[in-house]
Structures are given as structure tokens and as C-alpha cells.
Design a protein around this ligand. Structure first.
Ligand code: UDP
Ligand code: MG
Length: 153
């Protein structure tokens, strides 16, 4: 099974959307393998958003990500990276399809509620950036055999 990182950004924390968003992932059938609140720093954001370092919005993006603590989640499922990414919607909430998290809960290109990993390679690197190995839990959901067929897992 694949694991992916979700960060519930300060825009989700401030707007009281944490429970609703985690509920969506749970209802979809993803397993919550890790979850914690953390205050992000300049250093971790320089790594996490290294691909955006030259962008004019880099400073305001980092400030927005440090405005409150975030909730970091490790979600697990078959093809979890692409499933979670599809649930996220387009970066700019104003363009995101209704039914996606961004399309249902936000109006912004920056205050866009969640970060989600965009490839299995990035998911692995991001999970090790935000979680210690002992903060990721292995347990089996009792509903597993009703979530996937025997040949899907
Ligand atoms: N962002 C922004 N302005 C832009 C593009 C992106 O402030 O024009 C922010 C936004 O919060 C986004 C984050 O930078 O979620 C990371 O950008 P990326 O292109 O990786 O988008 P994502 O993967 O989050 O959809
Ligand atoms: Mg991205």
C-alpha cells in the first residue's frame, strides 16, 4: 500500500475545517497512519517548498504556512497519492472543481486549505521530513476486506 502526506494548512485550522477534511479522507477508506499538530519553521518550509524558492509569492507562502500550527497526516491506501491528490483539486481554489476539498472550501490560490504530495517519490521524501518513523503506526483496519477486493491490495 502507498502512503502520502497531507498538511492541513493554517487556512484549515483557522476556518474550523480540520475535522471535516479528515472526515472526508476517512470516509473515502484511507487509513490514518499518523497525525500530529506542529508549528512549521522557515527551515522546514525552505526544504518543503524548495521548488518555489524563486517565486515572487515564496515569502507570503511561508508566512501563511507559519501563521498557526498545521496538522500533518500520513494517509495510506492503494494508490493513495493519486487518490488524495484528486480529492485536493487544483491549486487555485477559484478554479478547483466542486466536490474537491479546495473546490468546496476555499477561494484562494495560496490560502488553499491543504498540501498533498504529488508523486510517490515526493510522498516518501515529505513523510520522512515531517514524521519520525515511530510516529507512523502499522495497524490493520477491521474494514479492510470491505474496502478492497482480495486481489486489489
Ligand atoms: N502558491 C501560491 N501562489 C501561486 C501558486 C502556488 O501562493 O501562484 C502556493 C499555494 O499555497 C500552493 C503552494 O504554493 O498550495 C505550493 O504550490 P504547488 O504548485 O506545489 O501547488 P499544490 O501542489 O499545493 O497544488
Ligand atoms: Mg505541490
Amino acid at each position: 500500500m502507498e502512503q502520502t502526506l497531507v498538511l492541513l494548512k493554517p487556512s484549515a485550522v483557522q476556518r474550523g475545517l480540520v475535522g471535516e477534511i479528515i472526515n472526508r479522507f476517512e470516509k473515502r477508506g484511507l487509513r490514518l497512519a499518523g497525525m500530529k499538530m506542529m508549528q512549521l519553521t522557515d527551515e522546514i518550509l525552505d526544504e518543503h517548498y524548495a521548488h518555489l524558492r524563486e517565486k515572487p509569492f515564496f515569502r507570503t507562502l511561508k508566512d501563511s504556512m507559519m501563521a498557526t500550527p498545521v496538522i500533518a497526516c500520513c494517509l495510506e491506501g492503494v494508490e493513495a497519492v493519486q487518490v488524495v491528490r484528486a480529492m485536493t483539486g487544483s491549486t487555485n481554489g477559484r478554479n478547483a472543481d466542486p466536490g474537491t476539498i479546495r473546490g468546496d472550501y476555499c477561494m484562494s490560490n495560496q490560502q488553499n486549505i491543504v498540501h498533498t504530495s504529488d508523486s510517490p517519490e515526493n510522498a516518501a521524501a515529505e513523510l520522512s521530513r515531517f514524521f519520525k518513523p515511530e510516529e507512523i503506526f502499522q495497524y490493520e483496519l477491521a474494514t479492510l476486506k470491505f474496502t478492497y477486493s482480495v486481489d486489489e491490495k
